[in-house]
Design a protein around this ligand. Structure first.
Ligand code: BEZ
Length: 245
């Protein structure tokens, strides 16, 4: 179980995907032939670790993977095409190709199909990642064979570190905003002009109020911007920071 398959070819299977309102078969060759692909596999769409951490970080680092010569990043799960498409829409992970391995054929061929009967999940993929070049597996990061759902090595940073340990990571930008706030729009334009992606926390959404803004930033006005965890401040503060960084 959980055999390392470095040096071997990926399993040759056909995936049943949905594109618009029709079924579309996608083969292993379609995904891997002549391409450099990073694939990460996980136990289920919409599950907490997968949705909050595993998938978003691959999406965030996708431009860096592209710079490093990776043609596509594939997220594979033993779920059907409808579920994978719904998860893709929910995640806004535009840099990731979602592949439904509904029958588990690919996962079985990889030796990664495991029982998750205790959770009512049936058979699912073990969590792992791999770098595949022209259909041959160059590197695998397989989560350790421990009870539960370990998540220690199949993450995006570990894979990127393998590909190029000195690749420059994008800065993590978070912006507190409020609907209709012109200074928030100014801050977002300034970030976009400098090609910074940002995560936006909008007051009024999901029950987020001034109470959280004040608790986190110590300020009562929007926007409030953080870069790599450091509090930058308002739109004016951000513009000053961008001018010197
Ligand atoms: C999770 O991603 O957190 C998760 C995955 C499988 C089962 C339960 C939780």
């Amino acid at each position: 179980m959980l055999e390392n398959k470095e040096g071997q070819a990926v399993p040759s299977v056909v995936f049943k995907t949905r594109q618009g309102d029709t079924w579309a078969d996608i083969s292993s060759d379609d995904i891997f032939k002549g391409k450099t692909v990073v694939l990460f596999a996980l136990p289920g769409a919409f599950t907490p670790t997968c949705s909050s951490t595993h998938l978003p970080r691959y999406n965030e680092l996708a431009p860096v993977f592209t710079k490093e010569g990776v043609d596509s990043i594939v997220c594979l799960s033993v779920n059907d095409a409808f579920v994978m498409n719904a998860w893709s829409a929910d995640q806004h992970a535009e840099n990731i190709t979602f592949i439904p391995d509904g029958n588990g054929d690919f996962s079985q061929g990889m030796g990664m199909l495991v029982d998750k009967l205790d959770l009512g999940f049936g058979k699912r993929s073990w969590r792992y990642s791999m770098l595949v070049k022209d259909g041959t597996i160059e590197k695998m990061f397989i989560e350790p064979n421990k009870p539960g759902d370990p998540f220690e090595v199949s993450d995006a940073d570990t894979m990127l570190n393998y590909i190029n340990a000195s690749a420059e990571l994008p800065k993590r930008v978070t912006l507190f905003s409020k609907p209709g706030c012109p200074h928030c729009s100014r801050a977002k334009v300034a970030l976009t002009e400098k090609q910074y992606k940002y995560e936006e926390i909008t007051l009024g959404d999901n029950g987020i109020s001034y109470s959280s803004l004040t608790a986190v930033t110590g300020q009562g006005t929007t926007p409030q911007v953080f870069i790599d965890g450091k509090h930058i401040g308002t739109a004016d503060d951000l513009e000053k920071w961008l001018a010197t960084n």
